[in-house]
Design a binder for this molecule. Structure first.
Ligand SMILES: [Zn+2]
Length: 358
């Protein structure tokens, strides 16, 4: 369980970060039926880092090596082992490939009526076994970058468990789309789920509040049947927004996790006033659950000029979001997810964090 909040670092927000995220640098992503320059690229985390480093209200720490255990606590070890070797295996079969992307998906469905699933043997088929879409290339450094992101989330969680009131995990690649046994949606390992499970394993009740534009299907799936971790998400309505098949309001948890899942789908064009009203509803649901610790999946892609989303949140709106979350009065680990408007990403992140620390 948690001790009293540490007041020794009042006035500063702890940022856990590493430049190892730059090891994941795809050349292109296949999106909207074409090859595009990646929206999810190293410049995102660098822009956030630069904005926070220029402000003395933030202090930085490097991550500790958390090892594989935190990842395998929330993911299929087969997925972890696959991601460690996938780029090398693919390049043995197809030398000179920079971005590795599946050609096929769910080939097991072709065996309907043939007597069950057959584990794929070729690397080409294995990609389709573990990946669910095309925007998430594996590059030579992807596994190392994804491991570093987990180390960052783990270290930030440890700091909050140790008494820091707020810690920000500058994770990249992001994580909330990765369920137990798949990668996709720019996500390899679910950093927020790692943080939540790590805190829950100490006996804490934990809520994951996901304010990214996209529904965190991976986080929802990992905790859907658990009573000790609540998942609450505001996101673009899946009738129009990625990932399309999860995030509906009637997904409320199952088994021991009944009523521990809350989805608040939002209409296109949702502005600060509507968004903050929905966030108040989310906070009421969190207060009803009564967590000891909060993990925030922070996406800044609800911003009004985000290039791949359609909400209308402003920079001031992010500050107000942080203040509303602060009013819960909970030790909080903030885990970076999406946000693709490079010009405002650093400032918007900063304003959320300062609102939270206010
Ligand atoms: Zn997103």
């Amino acid at each position: 369980m948690l001790g009293p909040l540490d007041s020794g670092t009042m006035g500063t927000v702890l940022v856990v970060a590493s430049d190892r995220h730059r090891l994941h640098a795809p050349l292109a992503e296949i999106e909207s039926s074409g090859f595009q320059a990646p929206f999810e690229h190293p410049g995102r985390a660098d822009a956030i880092h630069a904005a926070l480093a220029a402000d003395d209200r933030f202090e930085f720490a490097a991550p500790d090596d958390a090892g594989l255990a935190p990842i395998e606590a929330v993911h299929d070890p087969g997925l972890v082992a696959f991601l460690e070797r996938a780029w090398q295996d693919y390049n043995r079969a197809h030398p000179g490939t920079h971005d590795v992307v599946p050609d096929v998906f769910r080939m097991d469905a072709l065996r309907d009526g043939l007597g069950g699933f057959v584990e794929p043997v070729s690397i080409d088929a294995e990609l389709g076994r573990w990946c669910f879409e095309t925007t998430t290339p594996i590059t030579e450094g992807t596994y190392a970058a994804a491991r570093a992101a987990v180390d960052i989330a783990s270290t930030a969680t440890d700091r909050v468990l140790g008494g820091a009131g707020v810690a920000y995990a500058l994770c990249r690649p992001p994580g909330h789309h990765a369920p137990h046994g798949l990668y996709g949606g720019y996500c390899f390992f679910n950093n927020a789920a790692v943080a939540a499970h790590r805190a829950a394993a100490t006996g804490s009740r934990v809520t994951v509040l996901d304010v990214d534009y996209h529904h965190g299907n991976g986080t929802q799936q990992i905790f859907y049947r658990r009573a000790d971790v609540q998942y609450v998400s505001l996101h673009g309505d899946p009738v129009r927004a990625y990932p399309y098949v999860t995030g509906f309001a009637d997904e409320t948890g199952a088994g021991p996790g009944q009523r521990t899942n809350r989805n608040l789908p939002l209409a296109a064009g949702t502005d600060d006033a509507i968004y903050l009203g929905e966030l108040e509803r989310a906070c009421e649901a969190i207060a009803g659950f009564g967590p000891d610790l909060l993990v925030v999946s922070l996406g800044l892609d609800t911003y009004r000029s985000d290039p791949i989303c359609d909400l209308a949140v402003t920079t001031e709106g992010f500050a107000r979001q942080g203040e509303l979350v602060a009013a819960l009065g909970l030790p909080t680990v903030v885990v970076q997810e999406g946000g693709y408007d490079l010009a405002t990403l650093g400032e918007n992140t900063k304003r959320f964090l300062l609102g939270l620390a206010s």
